[in-house]
Design a protein around this ligand. Structure first.
Ligand code: DUC
Ligand code: ZN
Ligand code: ZN
Length: 494
């Protein structure tokens, strides 16, 4: 018998970025072919009764198998990281192509793109720029954009990564020339170094002091500066991992001036705090990430920035450092300053690799703490977990939406399932989750990637290598406003 659809999802409540409605979805050749009622039978039928059907998640900020210049590599591989992503309801990720200082882009992290071809989820890259030489700016960035890599990531802190303000202006200018978006890690490098040295001199070395070394003011200052420099160049900008109200307020103020700037946050800044960094012994290392976790009452303030629309993407900033190994290897990853040790031989706060794993738990934590607890509604959840990332990174119409012609990336979600997060049940390669023991209400049941059932009830069915590279073309959000200060367009002469 001939079937009009390869797959039909029936009986579910569809949740899109703006609306919630009951309908069926018919899939053909990996694409949503029809949304309606009374669709004819598909070759395969999925019963979504009692479930919410949403666009598959997009995690636009995850560090997977990253190769550092010192030879270290993140533990999470493309195979394990994307299996975990799918199991958590995420069907597309954007991770990072490294550039090592002193090297061209082409010569940095050789073979990295080939490694990514083991992915199970669809993937794209942000290109990290650490050394914006004339060749990088004039030749390598245009070549990247031509290959569909349309976003550049820069750091205003971290020893081997940070850019000066002048270098940042050069990257913004090159991005504008090529229609790419810039995303930025905002913390003041010198301010952190100054406080860090004082803390170490005072003999304060615990994981909690990671937060003391980089209080909200260092994030707020760098956020303000990054936006100001982007405004000068007339270049759109996204601020990565906003941890506090003070930094979000800089974004809100700039938006009120009409500046094209967007803000991302992560589940860790909505749920975890310095109370976790203060856990006994070395346990706090599990929570060392940057920007640092804030005081407990800051969580609710960050939620308010989501509710106000200032922060419009929730990514994981997934980072693969296991507690038993990488977190104890001084200076083995994102960190700053001379590696030093605590009296028990564990690394001092400044030598603990920065980052927490969260690619699989991102959507469940956001749903449970957001939708189930009444902080956000379903369409907002969809915007935060997929739709807005698709729009901002040039995947609009193809990903993050329930509409005919879009890729059939779906997650079927049980809003009533109650459980507790446990690392034993996760698919990532890391030996802990910072949310161990967190009760959650709502969880993914089936993940469909381009019309294929990729995960059912926790069992990953997709094959390694079945993920596809997502080339991204030109799009409106990454375009400048055409309003340089005083009408003089310095970037046109740079
Ligand atoms: N922050 C982290 O916590 N990890 C990776 C890099 C970053 O900026
Ligand atoms: Zn960062
Ligand atoms: Zn990051």
């Amino acid at each position: 018998m001939d079937h009009e659809y390869d797959l039909v999802v029936r009986g579910g409540l569809l949740a899109g970025p703006m609306e919630v409605f009951e309908a069926e979805i018919g899939v053909k050749d990996g694409v949503i072919a029809a949304i309606g009622r009374g669709l004819r039978r598909g070759r395969e039928e999925v019963d979504a009764k009692g479930l919410i059907v949403m666009p598959g998640g997009i995690d636009p900020h995850c560090h997977i198998e990253e190769l550092a210049q010192d030879g270290s590599v993140h533990e999470e591989s493309f195979a394990s990281g994307t299996a975990a992503a799918l199991a958590g309801g995420t069907t597309s990720i954007i991770c990072f192509l490294p550039q090592w200082k002193g090297h061209s882009i082409a010569a940095s992290a050789p073979g990295y793109e080939a490694r990514a071809s083991a992915a199970l989820a669809d993937y794209s890259f942000h290109q990290i720029i650490t050394d914006p030489t004339p060749t990088v700016l004039r030749e390598e960035i245009p070549a990247l954009v031509a290959r569909g890599i349309r976003s550049l990531k820069v750091f205003l802190t971290y020893d081997p990564l940070k850019l000066t303000d002048g270098e940042f202006l050069d990257v913004l200018t090159a991005a504008r020339r090529n229609g790419a978006l810039v995303t930025v890690h905002c913390e003041n490098y010198d301010a952190i170094g100054w406080r860090m040295r004082a803390l170490l001199a005072a003999g304060l070395t615990d994981p909690l002091q990671h937060a003391w070394a980089r209080p909200p003011v260092v994030e707020r200052e760098a956020t303000h500066r990054a936006i100001a420099l982007a405004e000068l160049v007339d270049q759109p900008l996204q601020i990565f991992h906003v941890s506090c109200e003070e930094a979000a307020a800089e974004i809100a103020r700039a938006r009120a001036r009409g500046v094209k700037v967007w803000g991302e946050t992560c589940p860790q800044y909505l749920t975890l705090s310095t109370e976790d960094l203060s856990r006994p012994g070395f346990e706090g290392a599990k929570f060392v990430c940057s920007p640092a976790l804030r005081a407990k009452d800051e969580n609710e303030r960050v939620w308010r920035q989501i509710q106000a629309g200032t922060l419009d993407i929730v990514s994981s900033d997934h980072c693969g450092y296991s507690y038993a190994s990488a977190k104890r290897a001084p200076g083995g990853g994102y960190g700053q300053g001379e590696a030093s040790q605590r009296p028990d031989g564990t690394p001092a706060f400044n030598a603990i690799p920065n980052g927490v794993p969260g690619i699989e738990t991102r959507m469940a934590v956001l749903f449970s703490e957001g939708v189930s607890k009444g902080r956000i509604d379903l369409p907002t959840f969809v915007r935060l977990s997929s739709f807005n990332a698709a729009q901002l990174f040039g995947l609009g119409g193809r990903k993050g939406t329930l509409s005919p012609g879009a890729d059939a990336d779906l997650v079927l979600w049980n809003p009533d399932a109650e459980g507790v997060i446990a690392n034993d049940a996760l698919h990532h390669a890391i030996d802990y989750t910072p949310w161990e023991g967190l009760p959650v209400k709502g969880s993914p049941v089936v993940t469909i990637r381009r019309g294929e059932i990729a995960v059912r009830e926790g069992e990953v069915l997709a094959r390694p290598g079945s993920g596809r590279f997502l080339a991204r073309g030109p799009y409106a959000l990454a375009m400048p406003r055409g309003l340089p200060p005083d009408g003089f367009d310095a970037a046109a002469y740079a």
